[in-house]
Design a protein around this ligand. Structure first.
Ligand code: TIU
Length: 219
């Protein structure tokens, strides 16, 4: 299959491609979670949910591998470096109790994927302690075992966990495509810059396209 992506065509086949949904968890999308404790207006991010649902639905119908990540720490915070917990001046720190449970801790209500994009049986869910999806996880081995060479990305936030994960993946040899309308930042100009820099210099990190382009290609 081929998508007329930017900066040039992206070739893939569903059997060797995974759809990766980065951190579409309540912590970032809903008030009272990690995103808001950092001082952000979280309402900006909810706007991408319908496009994410449409792309996910088409990908499921096509039978491709689906991976959901969550930025999550163990309850004892043994996988949270003090530098991460102590950085800045948030209203609540990682591990503190907020309105959706302990901030960014696995198993808490705020750490769950939003209901609109809930994982279904057979999909892979990865808890990651870092911004990138390979740091501290078994994901690379899982992809290798499944014969995955291509990754299609969506999720939040564009310039933090999505961009970090895409760069980690690119360095591991995956061909990466970002669905532009299925990713968002608390800072629209950061999203715009991230999208530009990822595909610059002849797809130095990867390709970009829209969810409509993917859905049309899969039909
Ligand atoms: N703060 C911010 O923009 N993002 C994160 O902390 N994590 C993710 O991007 N998932």
């Amino acid at each position: 299959m081929q998508i007329d992506a930017r900066p040039f065509a992206y070739d893939f086949d569903v059997a060797h491609t995974a759809l990766v949904i980065i951190d579409m968890q309540r912590d970032f999308i809903e008030p009272g979670g990690f995103g808001e404790t950092l001082g952000n207006d979280v309402s900006l991010l909810a706007a991408i949910v319908p496009a994410c649902q449409a792309a996910l639905g088409a990908w499921r119908r096509a039978g491709g591998m689906v991976v959901h990540t969550r930025e999550a720490h163990k309850p004892d915070l043994s996988d949270c470096p003090p530098a991460k917990r102590l950085r800045g001046n948030p209203s609540l720190r990682i591990g503190d109790v907020g309105p959706m449970g302990r901030i960014l801790v696995a198993g808490e209500p705020g750490n769950q994927i939003i209901p609109a994009l809930s994982p279904v049986a057979g999909e892979t869910v990865i808890d990651k302690p870092g911004k990138g999806m390979f740091y501290g996880t078994t994901l690379h081995a899982q992809f290798q075992q499944a014969g995955i060479t291509h990754l299609i990305f969506m999720g939040v936030t564009t310039e933090v966990c999505v961009q970090t994960s895409m760069r980690e993946a690119n360095d591991r040899g995956y061909d990466c495509l970002l669905l532009e309308d299925c990713t968002e930042s608390y800072f629209p100009h950061f999203k715009a810059a991230a999208v530009e820099m990822l595909r610059a210099q002849g797809a130095i990190v990867g390709w970009t396209a829209t969810s409509a382009q993917l859905i049309t290609t899969l039909k």
